[in-house]
Design a protein around this ligand. Sequence first.
Ligand code: NAD
Length: 484
Amino acid sequence: MVSRVIPVDVFDLVVFGGTGDLAQRKIIPGLYRRYWGGHIPPESNIIGAARSELDDMGYRALAREAIAEYVSEDKRDPEVIEAFLARLSYVAIDAKGTDGWDVLKTRVRKGTVQAFYFSVAPSLFGDLAERLHLHEIANAESRIVVEKPFGRDLESAKALNAVLAQHFTEAQIYRIDHYLGKETVQNLMAVRFANILFEPLWKSEYVDHVQITVAETVSVDGRGSYYDRAGAMRDMVQNHMMQLLCLIAMEPPYHFDPDAVRDEKLKVIRALDPVLPDDIVRGQYQAGNGQGGYLEHCEDPASKTESYIALKVHISNWRWKGTPFYLRTGKRLRARTSEIAITFREPPHSIFDDAEGWRENVLVIRLQPNEGMNLKVMIKEPGPGGMRLTQVPLDMSFAEALGESGTDIPDAYERLIMDVIRGNQTLFMRGDEVEAAWGWTDPIIEGWEKRGDKPMPYDAGSSGPEDALMLMHRDGRRWREIRE
Ligand code: NAD
C-alpha cells in the first residue's frame, strides 16, 4: 500500500526561534522530509527568525547540519537537500524590540498562505503576536502555531489565551500537542468510528477499566531545573494523556471536523471527577545503573516534584459511570512504551467448567514502539484434553499490515505543520479545551501541595513505586507489564 501524496498550497512559514533546539531537531528536519516526500510545493519559503546574528547562508548551514543529524539516510538526497535549502532564509529579530521586523515584512509574501511558528518561550508569545500586527505582517488569514507548555495552571493559560486573542481569532491559533500528530493516536478515532465492531461495547456496561501508560526510560538529566517546575502531572498528564483519554472516552462527533471533534473532547474533560488523594501515587526515581537520581538531576535536594504519577480517574457521564481510567507515566522506567489497554468485563454466564483458564478480553492499542493493535480473545486449548480454554492475541502490527507505508510514518511535527498549512485545526487544542484541562489539574496539584505530600522513591529501571501497584490491587486489578 502506498500513501497518497497531496501537496499543500504554496506557503511562507516563519519559524520564530528558528535556531533553537526544537527547530533543529523537529521543525527543520520535518519540513525537509515533507519536501522530500513531495508535499511542499517548491515555491514555498521557510524563514528562520531568531536572536542570533546569522545570514541566509549561515542559516542554511545550520539547517544542513540538522538534516544530516535528524533525517534518516534513505531520505537524504543531496539534490533535494540543496533545493530545500534554497527555500530557506533568515532574519535576525528581537521579539521584544524593533530590530528585524521591517526586514521580515519584505520576506513574507501577500497572497500566499502565511504561518508563524512561535518556537520560543511562551513569555514571548504576546510580544510576537503584537509585533506581527504592529508591523502589518500578519493578516486575517495568517496562522500562528504555539508550542507547549501552554501555561502552568489555569490562570497562566487564560492569560496566554487572552494575549493571543488580542491579535488573532481562535480559528487562526494552532496549539500544538504533538501527541495528536502521532499516527496511532489518530488511528484511535479511525478504529472507534470507522468500525461497527467496537462501538457497541465501548461503555461501562462492557468495559471493566481502561489503562493508559506512557513510560519513558530517559531521566530528566540535562533539563532537570526546567522539569522540576513542571513534574509529570503538568508535563504529561494535563496535555498528552488527557488527549488520549479524551479520544478513548469521547462520544462520536457528528463529523470529522475540527470543532465537532474538539466539542466532544471538551465534554469529556468537563465530566472528569476531582481525583481523591488516595487515588494518586507520585514517585521520584532513585539513583541506579550508574546514573544519578531525580534529586541530583533536578538540582534541588528537597524537591517534591514527581517524575512518576499514577492516577485513578472517573468520568461522570452515562457512558463511563463505573469504569475507572487508570493513568500512569514516568521517567527512568523499565521500558519505553505508550499504550492504551481496554479491559472488557466477564461474560454474563460461563457455559464452560474451566473457570481457571478464563481471562478477560483486552484490546491493546500500542502507540509506540511497534504501533499496532492486539485483541486478546479466548479459544479452546488445542489437543485432546477436553474443553479447556486459553487466551491468544489477535495481533496486528500496522507496519506489517500496511507494508512500506506502515513503516514510513511521518513524524508528528511534520504532519501537524502540514495541517497548519491546510488550515485544518482538528489535531490542535482549542483554547477552552486547554483551560478545562487546567481547571481539572489545578485542584489536584494544589491538594498535594497543601498536604505537603512527598513523592515515593522508585528504582531506576522498575515499573514505578510499589504504591502504584496497590492502587490497582486494592480494586482487584493489575497494571499491565511495562515492556517494549
Ligand atoms: P531554545 O532555547 O533551544 O531556543 C529558543 C529560540 O528562541 C532560539 O532560536 C532563540 O534565538 C530564540 N529567542 C529567544 N529570545 C528571543 C528574542 N527575544 N527574540 C527573538 N528570538 C528569541 O528553545 P527550544 O527548546 O527550541 O524550545 C522552543 C519552544 O518550544 C519553547 O516554548 C519550548 O517549551 C517548546 N518545546 C520544545 C521542545 C523541545 O524538544 N526542545 C519540546 C516541546 C516544546
